[in-house]
Structures are given as C-alpha cells and as structure tokens.
Write a protein that binds this ligand. Structure first.
Ligand SMILES: C[S@@+](CC[C@H](N)C(=O)[O-])C[C@H]1O[C@@H](n2cnc3c(N)ncnc32)[C@H](O)[C@@H]1O
Length: 278
C-alpha cells in the first residue's frame, strides 16, 4: 500500500483525506482503528453488497467505500436518521467544524447532515460506492421493510452500529440473517462491552451451528421456520471478539463470520478419518 502524496497541498490525495477524516472524526465514536480494519477486510474479502446501520460521521462508511472503489466493485447502503447530528452538540460541532464554517450552517436539520456525508463521499471520489439513507430504524421490526424499500435482497456484509442491547440485536438479526449470503460477515459494534449482548450472540452462534432455530426467530404461526432453517442450513457461524485494548466505555465489537460448510477439495467423509498417521 503506497500513500500517494499530493503535489498540490490544496488538493490532498484520497488517502490523505481519509487519514484526516479518521484522525479528526474517528475518536468521537471510537472508529479510528475499526475503519482501517474494515477497509483491509473489504480489500481482502471483496464483499459486493454491504449494509451499515448507523452512519455516524461516516468514518467507517467512507473507508469501506474507498476499499470498494479500489476493488472496482461493491456498494454500501448506510442508514441513519441524523439523530445524533441534530441532537448532540458535540456530534454536530465535530462534523460541522470539520467540514464547513459553522456560521453558514448554524442550524441542524437532516438535510444538512446528509449533504455533508454526500459531500465527503464526492470529494473522495467514492460517491458511486455508498448511499447515505435517511431512515429511522425501529427495533420492534421495520428493518425488513426498510430493506425491501431499498431492494436489499442479499447481504455479504452487515455492520451494525446503531444500538447494542439484546432487543436491538435480535431485531437486526431477524431482518438480516435470512438475507446473508454463503460467505458473509456481520459486525456488531460495542456488543462485546455489553455482557448480555455478548452472551446472547455466543448462545445464538452455538444454536445455529447445532441447526436449531431459536424461538425468538420463529414466527408466531411457525411460518418463518423454513426461512430460518434455510438461513442456517449447511452454514458454520464463528464468533470473533474484536476487543480493543483501550479504556473507553464501548471498546469491543463482535465479528460473526458465516461460511458455507464444504470439505476441502478431494476429501470425502469416508476417507478423511484414515488420513491420520498411525
Ligand atoms: C455510534 S454512531 C455510528 C458510528 C459509525 N458507524 C462510525 O463508524 O463511526 C450511531 C449512529 O446511529 C444513529 N442512530 C441512533 N439511533 C438510530 C435509529 N433508531 N435509527 C437510525 N439511526 C439511529 C445516530 O444518529 C448515530 O449517528
């Protein structure tokens, strides 16, 4: 990886802009290192259909979009309702001061927030790789209809960074798991530092790997059962805690990797038991 140096200091390279965004905006939500990890994984795994719930200041979205642009394929749909931007002065001032003069925008409304995000993506030359959508995520259950509205039928990567309690996690997984592809990743930020959420995810992964659809996912009349059976059949779920050795309130994400179970090429179940030296 080479960092291109802009010859004209008034025209910084995309790398310089991304590093600047990371340094200035990253610490607010603790995503200054996670964004780089996600970028690297995007380059490595080359996901095509990505979803982010909770855009924040767009730090991870922009780094992911940069990875997709370098890959030459893939698209991120990011969702936020601008709630923090409009209601939290620290979020507003961090973002606004970073990008524009406050006196020009000494008011807050969702359109300002989304204009800022779109502007950053345009400046970086990654606008074709990311959409910033204004939507309120309801953990009682509008996530599926949100995906239908945005024609999100399958997902290679989900990055959920909007709420971290068990109810939110179940609601997000209900909508996403049946859409996850055979080689997929789910990242849930801050779930690690919230013990009930971490415990829930560990239990769910065990149950999925045992082929059980936990009751919380089954529809009341059982009609969803076959959708769920398909979502977990022949798949292996691995949970990787992404602990951050930094003393802050929310310092850990969870990465759930989903892969279709296949035996290595040429290995059959009958033969594989005989391969150990005797
Ligand atoms: C932790 S921040 C996201 C950080 C971001 N992913 C990053 O990488 O820096 C959470 C975001 O979720 C948004 N949010 C909170 N509740 C929401 C809801 N119910 N619907 C939509 N967005 C919501 C907030 O406005 C905030 O921007």
């Amino acid at each position: 990886m080479t960092v291109a140096r802009a010859e004209d200091p008034s025209n910084p390279s995309r790398w310089e802009q991304l590093l600047d965004i990371r340094e200035r905006f990253g610490p607010l939500y603790g995503s200054e290192n996670l964004c780089v990890l996600l970028y690297s994984l995007v380059r490595r795994e080359r996901p095509q259909r990505l979803v982010e719930l909770g855009t924040g200041l767009g730090v991870c979205s922009l780094w992911i979009a940069h990875g997709l642009e370098e890959n030459g394929a893939g698209h991120l749909q990011s969702f936020d309702n601008g709630n923090h931007f409009m209601n939290s002065p620290v979020v507003f001032t961090t973002m606004a001061k970073g990008i524009l003069s406050l006196q020009d925008h000494a008011f807050t409304k969702p359109s300002v927030y989304f204009d800022l995000l779109d502007g950053m993506a345009r400046d970086l030359g990654v606008k074709d790789r990311v959409n910033f959508n204004n939507a309120t995520i309801e953990f009682g259950g509008n996530i599926s209809s949100l995906f239908e509205e945005h024609e999100i039928e399958s997902i290679d990567w989900l990055f959920a960074d909007v709420a971290h309690g068990p109810k939110a996690i179940v609601s997000i997984l209900r909508a996403c798991l049946p859409r996850m592809t055979d080689n997929a990743s789910i990242f849930i930020d801050s779930a690690l530092s919230h013990p009930p959420s971490r415990q829930l995810l560990e239990d769910l992964v065990c149950q999925f790997n045992a082929g059980h659809v936990p009751d919380v996912f089954a529809g009341e009349d059982g009609q969803e059962q076959h959708v769920w059976a398909q979502a977990i059949a022949n798949r292996r779920f691995s949970l990787m805690p992404l602990r951050e050795a930094k003393d802050r309130a929310q310092n850990g994400a969870v990465w759930i990797k989903i892969v279709r179970e296949v035996l290595p090429e040429g290995v059959t179940l009958e033969a594989s038991g005989d391969t150990f030296p005797r």
